[in-house]
Design a protein. Structure first.
Length: 165
């Protein structure tokens, strides 16, 4: 995980800066700034449009009692694509557009889904969750220990049957 974070926060910004400077040398300062602003605005609009489309399809599928065709992975990819388009840079814009267009997003989602399934089958997938208490001010980073609630009123009995499947 460290190598991906290192790549994302050190190498990618240098590549972005190099590309922006190279484009600025060729077309000029103001056209480069205009291009960065234009991709940010178009990216935000496209991310909103695609996000709402995915949400609408989810709602329609669930209203009909079906599982949504475009799963959670597709929704996350739309979010990531929108964030990449809003951030300034050429490389991030290309990747963001790639994730926002439905045909290419489906290809990426299929690859991500296969990797997740393989890691789940191998037992190497780690999932970290944070839960908070129902009252304000609870620390969500403290480990939560749940205790079974035992109702010990006189005459209160519970009949239970357990099966192993």
């Amino acid at each position: 995980m460290f190598k991906y974070l290192l790549l994302a926060f050190t190498v990618v910004p240098f590549i972005e800066l190099y590309l922006l400077l190279a484009i600025g040398r060729e077309v000029g300062f103001w056209p480069t700034v205009g291009g960065v602003l234009l991709t940010g605005v178009v990216g935000a609009w496209l991310a909103k449009k695609e996000g709402l489309r995915v949400l609408r399809r989810w709602q329609e599928s669930l209203a009909q009692g079906r599982m949504p065709e475009e799963g959670l992975v597709g929704g996350v990819l739309v979010l990531v694509g929108g964030v990449l388009l809003v951030s300034p840079g050429v490389l991030t814009d290309v990747v963001g557009l790639f994730l926002l267009f439905p045909p290419t997003r489906r290809l990426v989602a299929a690859v991500v889904r296969r990797r997740l399934e393989r890691r789940m089958a191998e037992g190497t997938l780690r999932v970290t969750t944070f839960q908070s208490e129902s009252f304000p001010g609870a620390n969500p980073f403290e480990p939560r220990v749940s205790q079974p609630r035992i109702d010990r009123r006189p005459g209160a009995e519970t009949d239970a049957e357990f099966t192993e499947e």
